[in-house]
Design a protein around this ligand. Structure first.
Ligand SMILES: [Zn+2]
Length: 85
């Protein structure tokens, strides 16, 4: 299982609706919240479910989805933003 290079959280690489690579937190974020591993993302945070299509994992926007982008929960997200700019 891959890990975030910044915070070592397990992540799952998926393909976003826009066709780009998108790392989702491997653990459903409700569990991350319960275990207080992350601060609560804003209610407007996009939720995803993961659909496997062939060998590819696709992040599908789903209001009931249990996954969120790791960019939202990563404690070092400010650095990510710099790195990905
Ligand atoms: Zn991270």
């Amino acid at each position: 299982m891959p890990n975030c290079k910044s915070c070592y959280t397990p992540i799952t690489w998926t393909i976003s609706p826009a066709g780009k690579l998108l790392p989702l937190d491997s653990r459903p974020y409700v569990i991350l919240l319960r275990d207080q591993l992350v601060a609560a993302p804003a209610p407007a945070t996009t939720r995803y479910r993961i659909d496997q299509i062939g060998d590819e994992l696709h992040a599908v926007k789903d209001p009931e989805g249990t996954y969120v982008s790791h960019w939202v929960t990563c404690p070092t997200r400010e650095q990510h933003r710099e790195a990905h700019r």
